[in-house]
Design a protein around this ligand. Structure first.
Ligand code: ADP
Ligand code: MG
Length: 663
């Protein structure tokens, strides 16, 4: 149900807005992140460092020490014939209690009969015994407010919680029903029921995922295409003229994809490889083979800058081979002319942004589409593209590589090629964490680098100053650093500039007419300026690990060793630890694994975008048991749609992902 129909109080509406709830489903699937089990602890069972709960009689009056707004209150209680000293912070009003009063203490046992209370209650201890969930929240929203909101929504909407899973699987795994699972996940009656609820909801998430994958796969690989015929000798000539030797992984990747082109099955392949592992040349070879077979091909890039850069390097690499190469993006001047050329089949390879798939672009004979940087490419685009040609093969390239077994469970609908090894001679990139969101401490190193003739990227997390987003903005940084770094030429780059402005700046940076480029993440993917060897990233804690790894990939493109500085004011231990991973590790596979663990697959794979359900409870690293069962069951369900219940569930999943699948 839409939350608007629930007539919530303005305060509750505000909570919903801040926590991102739009529907009753969003509220009911806002699961606790942890549970505490409150049982009465006897004194003899107290262990140092553990949380204990007990009810005891005061034997001294509380006394409070204040220091500014803070306070510490102490008093003694008698419990199980022992005197315990209780300390509680910032609850001065506890002084209302007196000798002989009873109080329930929940706190940490410090040893030597001392307890630091986390909370106290004056109600009957029996009311407190049980499992207590905790939700993640935002400043100013209390646990109780969230709990009340959820129970209110549950009361009004629990009739929506109908069973979708076919009963065969509910029975086979002895699953608790959906409604009870949702009820117990928020309000566990017992730890057994909580466990059963978790198991059921996790299994369901994975089952939904695999069934959705199956649906999308059916969508993507429908139909048979015409085999593409091309001259292998010409391809070998092209490869031999590259000026470097391909790595074994690149060769394998090319082999796989050429076989796909030559087969009568529509190609649906993921090529994943570390930053700088040389995916572009694999794309070039594929597009060349496609051209030799008599088709046009497209390369889609996530940004205009990258599209233009690919365009330049393709023109160079294909020089003298007689191919006509074009570029298309929405802000260009002669857009219509290029569209006409595409329609007339005058171009052999077209490079561009998502503008390549606008409605008014009609291809002549489209044989192959390659999407660079897969995580920016969703199912919507995939489908838009299917309408552009009948024999169109499809390949995604991703620079967020993940280990094979994981990749095949996540991208189960694609064939996968992986480029693991980097070309030899790569110098890598040294990364340092600076625990200050400022350049002052590294100014000498920065100037030295410039004096040596190298170039620098400076990255900001925000385009503009904003109240809601506490990060240095790119224009502010530009103004602040302009003089500091003179006489070197400093320029500003962000997505809001016109296409011509961006062009000019990138060109000047490429030609070393600009030495310092202060930019947003528009340079994140693919940008290739070999003389740039240093990157400074402000507010590094605002970025994902894989994204930072991508960014620093920009300064290890040439023969010099790159240096990357991650700047942050954030003191949070977990944040520092996360950023430290980058200082210690240069392996994209390991980094994306860390990211997956910390942030889930949605962020990395753009599964939200691609139409696949996300995991809220399910954990790819811990729930192997559920994953395996769900995988097997999903296949059985999809293979047997004659069964009424299977069909109903399948239809339900179709409806669920429909708006994302049909553009
Ligand atoms: P990415 O995989 O990040 O897209 P690119 O395709 O942009 O990487 O390649 C990075 C650089 O490495 C390019 O300048 C490219 O010409 C070069 N390169 C690619 N393959 C090889 C190789 N086998 N040996 C040496 N250099 C290579
Ligand atoms: Mg690339």
């Amino acid at each position: 149900m839409d939350l608007k129909d629930l007539k919530l109080t303005p305060k509750r509406q505000e909570i919903c807005k801040r926590l991102g709830f739009n529907s009753s489903f969003d509220v009911l699937t806002y699961y606790p992140y942890k549970y505490d089990n409150y049982e009465i602890a006897r004194y003899k069972d107290f262990k140092v460092g553990e949380t204990v709960m007990f009810s005891a009689e005061l034997i001294t009056s509380p006394s409070t020490f204040r220091y500014g707004k803070r306070s510490t209150t102490r008093f003694k209680v008698l419990y199980d014939d022992e005197q315990l000293l209780i300390t509680i912070f910032n609850r001065p009003w506890i002084r209302n209690l007196g000798i002989n009063d009873y109080v329930v203490i929940i706190g940490k046992y410090d040893g030597n009969n001392k307890v630091t209370a986390l909370n106290y209650y004056t109600k009957d201890i029996e009311e407190l015994v049980g499992i207590v969930p905790t939700y993640s929240t935002k400043e100013g929203i209390g646990q109780n407010e969230i709990k009340k909101l959820i129970s209110l929504v549950y009361e009004k909407c629990s009739n929506e919680l109908v069973e979708h899973l076919p009963s065969e699987y509910v029975d086979a795994h002895n699953l608790i029903d959906y409604k009870s699972a949702i009820s117990n996940i928020h309000n566990p009656i017992s730890s057994v029921l909580l466990k059963k609820s978790l198991a059921r909801l996790k299994y369901e998430e994975f089952l939904n995922f695999y069934v959705a994958l199956n649906i999308l796969k059916g969508n993507a690989t429908e139909g048979i295409k015409q085999r593409k015929v091309f001259d292998r000798n010409k391809i070998n000539d092209f490869i031999n003229n590259l000026g470097f030797t391909l790595t074994a992984d690149q060769n394998k990747c090319i082999e796989d994809s050429l076989n796909d082109l030559a087969s009568d099955k529509i190609m649906y392949r993921l090529v994943q490889g570390e930053v700088g592992s040389g995916k572009t040349v694999v794309a070039e070879v594929m597009l060349y083979a496609n051209y030799l077979a008599g088709y046009e091909g497209c390369l889609m890039a996530p940004t205009e800058i990258l599209a233009k850069q690919h365009y330049e390097s393709f023109k160079k690499d294909f020089e003298g081979l007689g191919l006509k190469i074009g570029v298309l993006y929405s802000s260009m001047e002669n857009e219509n002319k290029v569209k006409k050329e595409i329609e007339n089949g005058e171009l052999d390879i077209i490079i561009g942004t998502h503008a390549l798939f606008s409605e008014d672009v009609n291809y002549h004979n489209l044989g192959l589409v390659i999407a660079d940087e897969q995580h920016r490419f969703g199912v919507k685009q995939r489908n838009a593209l299917k309408n552009k040609g009948n024999n169109t093969d499809f390949c995604l390239m991703s620079a967020t590589p993940i280990p094979r077994t994981l990749a095949s469970s996540l991208y189960g609908d694609m064939d996968i090629s992986t480029i693991e090894t980097l070309p030899s001679g790569r110098k890598g990139c040294k990364t340092y964490l600076i625990k200050k969101n400022s350049i002052v401490d590294i100014l000498d190193v920065v100037k030295n680098t410039l004096n040596e003739g190298r170039q620098i990227y400076i990255i900001a997390a925000a385009i503009e100053k904003s109240e809601n987003y506490n990060a240095k903005d790119v224009t502010g940084l530009y103004n602040a650093l302009l003089n500091e770094l003179s006489p070197y030429k400093v320029a500003l780059l962000h997505g809001k500039l016109t296409s011509q402005e961006k062009d000019d700046i990138m060109k000047d940076y490429n030609d070393n007419k600009i030495q310092v480029l202060i930019s947003t993440t528009v340079v994140e993917v693919g940008v290739n300026v070999k003389n740039a060897t240093m990157m400074i990233i402000y507010d590094a804690d605002k970025f994902g690990l894989s994204q930072l790894h991508q960014l620093r990939g920009r300064v290890q493109r040439g023969n010099y060793e790159g240096t990357c500085f991650l700047l942050t004011d954030n003191k949070d231990e977990a944040v520092i630890k996360r950023l430290d991973v980058l200082c210690k590790c240069n392996d994209g596979f390991k980094i994306s694994l860390e990211d997956l663990k910390l942030r889930g697959p949605g962020d990395i794979l753009g599964t939200r975008q691609s139409g696949l359900p996300t995991f809220i409870l399910g954990n790819l690293f811990e729930d192997g048991r559920f994953i395996e069962a769900a995988k097997v069951d999903a296949k059985k369900i999809c293979d047997n749609l004659i069964d009424e219940e299977n069909k109903k569930y399948y239809q339900y999943m179709m409806d669920n992902i429909k708006d994302k699948v049909i553009s």
